[in-house]
Structure formats: structure tokens, C-alpha cells
Design a protein around this ligand. Structure first.
Ligand code: FAD
Length: 542
């Protein structure tokens, strides 16, 4: 097939327009066109009154090779690349050992699925509960303030992204087209087909729940095994080589030991106890930069109007998002992160007596408010003190937010107007908070280090120049947003993907510092599965 890129058509184009554009771009007769698929559809909304749809199409035509030759100089006309996933290995018939995957978030899910598809029958260990039980616990916390520290927004089947907006795009380089494999697996598990072609696909919370269940069933069908409430509390290492794990240790119980020399560590950014255990075991860990800030909420209609003007509400465009960045006078950068159109702000702690914000939405994105994190980049020089010092800072900020919120899991909040003026908020503006269990109006200026407050105060009016209404008095800030990514990196070798000082251990996904979001974590899961499979075959053939 031939891939045509950068086909621009008006938002309200008719059905025939795509066909006409193909015929004209390739300079062929309509009869020569056999069929076409939309590979990607995005939009350009820079001119609100003239929003354009931008298509990438895969086209089947007669005389394909001569046409490609004729159009060789046109950068927008090329042969369609191979998008099929090609497994790199196959498990030996007599497999002597099963690989273990710790964590069943997007990274562990894709690592487990790909290993199972290649015949390696992985054993997946997940500290949280299966997704339906987990959903009850998570919503229970939001409604009743009863936190289950092992089953919540961060922990349980599906990982951190399960109660989310389900945004599925990432900016990681992906020359091997792994993202296509991820999207196809998601569609096979029940995600809407459109995620394959819209430029910013998203799934929403409820669909993610059933997809995750379906993917679990596929892994089991292929011989894999998934154990819930199976928290890895110890890693066995002998002469620099992992040899197994211990599950669910307690004061009264030594826990269960499971042997394996091939262990993927896909534990996400909130597995703080696991990071402590790994550091004590001598696994090499470094502190890394991350970001902290607040969630900001506006009415979605304000954002739609600012982005799409008269086209606000057009169903093809959906609820508008935004992406903003500002470089401040104090040298810090402030940026919007994990923007959730038509969604809600959620309580995302996994530890008692702490408050952390995040955002989620449903597929329809039709809640009243838009929310996004507004965060400031910080780095290890801001939190000196060893590999886990960033976690200590996160904990301090989250505990302080808990107290500011009234010590009952309500989050501290402030209207944007009051925050910019440096006054305590006495009453809400027009934006009604979506955070559950609730918020407490206060002064957020000591919720973060001074340089962060200063940077956010400078950035919000700057953002208003791009999104009119952003600095509106009645918009709402809720805090604190501390778990934007892992504050650590568990270093691995670039070729083998194994820990630089612990053979057979594959640090992966967001918790190890190799992903930031559902798609990049899932892609990393595929890479890890491939590295494990190749290494296992090499070892077994010795
Ligand atoms: P995780 O998803 O964190 O999974 C790690 C898993 O490991 C967890 O299930 C945990 O229970 C388990 N685990 C931890 N320790 C142990 C242990 N010792 N033993 C056994 N199991 C263990 N990203 C996007 O791209 N789009 C979004 O719209 C989006 N929205 C989000 C909304 C919310 C509310 C949150 C919290 C996150 C959101 N993210 C989003 C971020 C995204 O969820 C993460 O980047 C992604 O889930 C990371 O995947 P992972 O597999 O590396 O880790």
C-alpha cells in the first residue's frame, strides 16, 4: 500500500473529499483507486474559524510500484511501512524456567502478554486485587475515606492508569512501531477501533477495566499465570544474579519463595516500600528529576471556546485539551501535564494520611470540568540526600497536604484568583470542585517549596495568553500533585535491559524511570519481554 501524509481538509468536509484528495494527490483516475484506510486523523486548530483535519491514509491503487517511482520526490507519498508485530523469539519446547513479572500495570501487562504469545508462560505477581475488586476499593476510598493501602488508584490489576483518562499517546521514539502492537492488542481486548487512527486516542476508565480483564484472560489462555494480592517483599540475589522472590512476608510469616533467574520489575512509581527493599539489597538506584505542583480545574466550555471558538462542541473535535509550558524568570519550567478534558480530579494516594491529586475521565469526556496538573520541574539538587530523597520529599508534601486539607483525606484547594493575589480562599468561584471525598479551601502558598509557588504564580497568567480564561478568578487549584513520574531511576544496560549490577533483573516501566504514561510503559513492556525471551533462549541453549 501507499501511505499519503499531511492531507488537509476542512472540518466539515463531505464523504467524497478524501477520495478526491487521494486521486488529486496521486494524479490518477478514480478507477485506479482500489481502497483506502485512515491511518491517522488529527486536527490543526491554530485558526479557530478554519480548523483543518489532517489525515494520514494508507491507499491501495493499481500500478503501485510505478506510482511510487513517479512520486519518489514527494515526502508525503511513500510505501506504507510494515506495521505487523514480528515476535523475536519462541520458547523452547522444554522450557526449564518461567520468567516472573512483578507488577500488572501497562508495562507488566504487555510484557506478560508478549511473553505468553511467544510461549514463555510468565508468572505475573501483582500486589493489588483483580480489577473489579480493586474498583470497589478505589471508589470506596473516594466515597467513604477508607483507604486500602494495597488496593487503590496506584495498586491493583491494570496498574496506575486504570482509573484515568486513558490517554494513549506518547512522545517516545518508536522506530519498531511497538505502539501499533499496543493499540491493536487494546482493540482486540475491547477498546474502540478509533484508537487506531485518531491522533490523540483515549479510552476512559470504564472501558479500561473490561479491557484489562480481557487481556488477563488471554494471558491465562496462553499458559501464563497471574497472582493477585502477591506483593514481592524480597528479592533473592546470589553472586550478582537474581534467583527468586519472596511474597507477602510478615512478622509472623517468612512468606512464599519462588525461584526464577529472569525477573521483570514493573512496579510503577508508587512502590516506595519495594524501592527501599531493592536499595537495601544493593540494586543500583539513582535519584532522578520529577515534577510537583497542583491540579487546575476550569469549566470545560471555557477550554472548548478558547481552543475551538465557533467550532466548540463539534463532535469530531470532542472536548478540547491543551498543552502548555512556560520558562520562568527563576529558571524553572512550569508545564501542564496529564490534561483530562471533561473529567474529574481524583484522590490518588496509596499511603495513609497523605493527599495526592491526579485526573481521570470516561470515554465520553462529558463531565463539566477540564482538569490538568500544573507542575514545576525539580531535580536531585533540590532534594539532596541519596537515591530515595525524592520519595522523602514527595511524602513530606503529601503529608502536609493531608493536614492542610483537614486530616480526613479532603484536599487543600484555592481559587486561582486568590492564589495569584496571595490571599486565602474564602469561597468557591464558578468552578465546582470534582475531587472526592472533598476539598478544603485554604491558602496553598505553603503547600510546595517557595520557588515552585513563585513559578506557578508567574506561569498561570502566561498560560492565559494561550488559553483565554486560564487565569480566571474562579478556576480552582487542588493539591498536591507529586506523583508525576518516579523520582528514581533503576539503571539498566542499554543492550540487555538488565540492571547494571544485578543480572537477570529487568527494571521496566515508569517505576524504574523508563516510561511516563500508559503507552510508553506498555512499549517498554514489549521491549523487556523481547530482551527476556532472547536471554532465556541464549541461556537454555548453553
Ligand atoms: P503501574 O501502572 O504503576 O503498575 C505497577 C503495578 O505494580 C501496580 O499495579 C502495582 O500494584 C504493582 N506493584 C507495585 N509494587 C509491587 C510489588 N512489590 N509486588 C507486586 N506488585 C507490585 N498515563 C497516560 O498515559 N494517560 C493517562 O490518561 C493517564 N492518567 C492517569 C491517571 C491517574 C489517576 C494515574 C494515577 C496515572 C495516570 N497515568 C496516565 C499514568 C500511567 O497510569 C502510568 O504512567 C502507567 O500506569 C505506568 O505503568 P507501569 O506499568 O510502569 O506502572
Amino acid at each position: 500500500m501507499i501511505r499519503l501524509t499531511n492531507i488537509q481538509l476542512p472540518l466539515d468536509h463531505n464523504d467524497a473529499a478524501l477520495e478526491n484528495a487521494i486521486v488529486s494527490m496521486l494524479d490518477i483516475n478514480a478507477e485506479q483507486l482500489v481502497r483506502f484506510d485512515i491511518f491517522r486523523r488529527g486536527y490543526d486548530a491554530r485558526k479557530k474559524t478554519r480548523i483543518l483535519l489532517i489525515y494520514t491514509l494508507d491507499v491501495e491503487v493499481q500500478n503501485e510500484s510505478s506510482l511510487l517511482e513517479k512520486c519518489a520526490d514527494n515526502q508525503n507519498i511513500k510505501a506504507t511501512p510494515d506495521l505487523n508485530y514480528h515476535p523475536v523469539a519462541k520458547a523452547p519446547d522444554a522450557l526449564t524456567e518461567r520468567p516472573i513479572i512483578i507488577g500488572f500495570g501497562p508495562c507488566g501487562l504487555l510484557a506478560g502478554l508478549v511473553l505468553a504469545q511467544m510461549g514463555y508462560k510468565p508468572l505475573i505477581l501483582e500486589r493489588g486485587k483483580e480489577v473489579r475488586e480493586r474498583t470497589k476499593d478505589t471508589f470506596g476510598f473516594w466515597r467513604k475515606r477508607e483507604l486500602n493501602t494495597e488496593s487503590n488508584v496506584q495498586f491493583g490489576e491494570g496498574g496506575a492508569g486504570t482509573f484515568s483518562d486513558g490517554k494513549l499517546y506518547s512522545q517516545v521514539k518508536d522506530p519498531k512501531q511497538y505502539s501499533r502492537k499496543v493499540l491493536e492488542e487494546f482493540v482486540a481486548a475491547g477498546a474502540p477501533d478509533e484508537i487506531l487512527y485518531v491522533s490523540k486516542p483515549h479510552i476512559g476508565t470504564f472501558r479500561l477495566v473490561s479491557m484489562v480483564e480481557q487481556m488477563r484472560a488471554t494471558i491465562i489462555e496462553l499458559g501464563g499465570e497471574i497472582r493477585f494480592s502477591a506483593r514481592v517483599d524480597d528479592l533473592h540475589i546470589k553472586n550478582g544474579q537474581v534467583t527468586g522472590v519472596t511474597l507477602n512476608k510478615s512478622e509472623r510469616d517468612d512468606g512464599e519463595h519462588i525461584a526464577s533467574r529472569h525477573i521483570a520489575l514493573a512496579v510503577g512509581h508508587s512502590a516506595r516500600d519495594t524501592f527501599e527493599m531493592l536499595l537495601n539489597k544493593g540494586v543500583y538506584i539513582e535519584a532522578k528529576p520529577f515534577s510537583i505542583g497542583f491540579r487546575i480545574e476550569h469549566e470545560q466550555s471555557v477550554i472548548d471556546q478558547a481552543r475551538f471558538g465557533p467550532n466548540a462542541g463539534n463532535p469530531i473535535l470532542g472536548a478540547a485539551d491543551y498543552k502548555l509550558v512556560h520558562h520562568c524568570k527563576n529558571g524553572r519550567s512550569v508545564y501542564s501535564f496529564c490534561m483530562c478534558p471533561g473529567g474529574t480530579v481524583v484522590a490518588a494516594t496509596s499511603e495513609e494520611n497523605r493527599v495526592v491529586t491526579n485526573g481521570m475521565s470516561q470515554y465520553s469526556r462529558n463531565e463539566r470540568n477540564a482538569n490538568s496538573a500544573v507542575v514545576v520541574g525539580i531535580d536531585p539538587s533540590d532534594y539532596p540526600g541519596g537515591p530515595l530523597a525524592g520519595i522523602e520529599l514527595q511524602r513530606q508534601l503529601e503529608s502536609h497536604a493531608y493536614i492542610m486539607g483537614g486530616s480526613n483525606y479532603d484536599a487543600p484547594a484555592q481559587t486561582v484568583g486568590a492564589f495569584l493575589r496571595g490571599e486565602k480562599s474564602e469561597q468557591l468561584g464558578t468552578v465546582q470542585p470534582s475531587f472526592k471525598p472533598g476539598i478544603k479551601l485554604t491558602d496553598l502558598s505553603d503547600a510546595l517549596p517557595d520557588f515552585c509557588i513563585e513559578a506557578i504564580r508567574e506561569a498561570i497568567p502566561e498560560f492565559n495568553k494561550k488559553i483565554k480564561g486560564f487565569s480566571f478568578d474562579g478556576a480552582l487549584l487542588t493539591g498536591v500533585e507529586t506523583r508525576t513520574s518516579a523520582p528514581i531511576s533503576i539503571k539498566r544496560d542499554n543492550n540487555t535491559l538488565q540492571s547494571i549490577n544485578t543480572q537477570g533483573l529487568y527494571p521496566a516501566g515508569e517505576g524504574a524511570g523508563y516510561a511516563g504514561g500508559i503507552m510508553s510503559a506498555a512499549i517498554d513492556g514489549i521491549k523487556i519481554a523481547e530482551a527476556m525471551a532472547l536471554h532465556m533462549n541464549e541461556e537454555q541453549s548453553k
